[in-house]
Design a protein around this ligand. Structure first.
Ligand SMILES: Cc1ncc(C[n+]2csc(CCOP(=O)(O)OP(=O)(O)O)c2C)c(N)n1
Ligand SMILES: [Mg+2]
Length: 319
């Protein structure tokens, strides 16, 4: 049912996100990246699966854990690494850093350091689409911590009342920093929040890129045809602490072992080999290409200049 080319594309995205995060964590440890850095390790299938279902003119909004969304939406990793290193050649001239990468040319309205803040932004983009009578869709990536923030219910309610083309993807990694979801809410099936608002709502295995893709595709079509919004809860788990300096000692070892045993990148690789009938050397070629791209991106970012104080002040004045 899926072509080798399609599965290779999906695996390329999964591996690119995994490799980007792994290499950038090393740069962080070397002191080349400063500030907060929230790895998307373990959650790659959500961004890869959802973004594969999107068209060129669709929008996304992202979270504080946003590198994966940005990559899956087609951002150039050279400019991403440069942004993380605070360089002038980065997506936001190095002024935004890890939590604020936006790429309007790809419909990426941006990552966001405020939990839940991407939801009304994405609902607004969906309202714009609807008012312009376009057929595009707005996808909001959000998190389990955000569903207990008022904007979640307010924006979803309005999107439902106005049948907006909004796909709300809740990445339920079951923790908000060190708080397990069961301590933050009684009903831990988060998709059920949408049912009371009259929204089509369901959960998917967030570690299975084909399941995510299939459901995202159906949901996006539904939104394009006026049946939105849709709420998708993608259940997953992060492979470590909340950010790179958090050892995550509070995570349940049993859950960690379970989710690592169904690693989304490993599963995507298996799909390419078994369903796509790719040869091992073809898969390795994809991996080598991504690794080379990343070598080039890191060299580019390291060689790029920082913005000078004068340029920085000129920008402040310009706004
Ligand atoms: C409105 C708001 N409240 C609190 C914070 C501090 N904060 C940053 S990340 C985070 C937890 C996020 O957990 P979750 O929403 O589940 O996302 P995850 O980190 O698991 O991807 C909190 C409370 C914030 N950034 N914004
Ligand atoms: Mg969470």
């Amino acid at each position: 049912m899926y072509t080798k080319k399609f599965l290779a594309g999906l695996y390329g995205t999964l591996y690119r996100i995994r490799h980007f995060e792994t290499r950038c964590i090393r740069l962080y440890r070397q002191g080349l990246i400063r500030g907060y850095f929230h790895p998307y390790l373990g959650e790659e299938a959500i961004a890869a699966g959802v973004c594969a279902a999107l068209g060129e003119k669709d929008y996304i909004t992202s979270t504080h854990r946003g590198h994966g969304h940005c990559i899956a939406r087609g951002a150039g990793i050279k400019r991403m690494v440069a942004e993380l290193l605070g360089k002038k050649t980065g997506y936001c001239k190095g002024l935004g850093g890890s939590m604020h990468i936006a790429d309007f040319s790809a419909g990426n309205l941006g990552a966001n350091g405020i939990v839940g803040a991407g939801i009304p932004l994405g609902a607004g983009a969906a309202l714009g689409i609807s008012m312009r009578r376009e057929k595009n869709v707005s996808v909001v990536f959000t998190s389990d911590g955000a569903v207990n923030n008022g904007v979640f219910s307010e924006a979803l309610n309005l999107a439902a009342a106005w049948s907006l083309p909004l796909l709300l993807v809740v990445e339920n990694n079951q923790y908000a920093v060190s708080t397990p979801i069961s301590q933050a809410t009684r009903e831990t099936d988060l998709y059920k929040r949408g049912i009371g608002l009259g929204v089509e709502s369901f959960a998917v295995d967030g570690n299975d890129v084909l399941e995510v893709y299939g459901k995202a595709k159906e949901s996006v079509e539904k939104c394009r045809n006026g049946g939105g919004p849709v709420l998708m809860e993608a259940v997953t788990f992060r492979h470590g602490g909340h950010h790179v300096n958090d050892p995550g000692l509070y995570l349940s070892q049993e859950q960690l072992d379970y989710y690592k045993s169904k690693d989304p990148v490993g599963l995507g690789r298996k799909y390419l080999l078994e369903l796509g009938k790719a040869a091992e050397k073809e898969v390795k070629a994809i991996e080598s290409r991504v690794e080379r791209e990343m070598d080039e991106a890191i060299a580019f970012a390291k060689d790029s200049p920082e913005m000078s104080v004068v340029e920085f002040l000129q920008m402040v004045e310009a706004y």
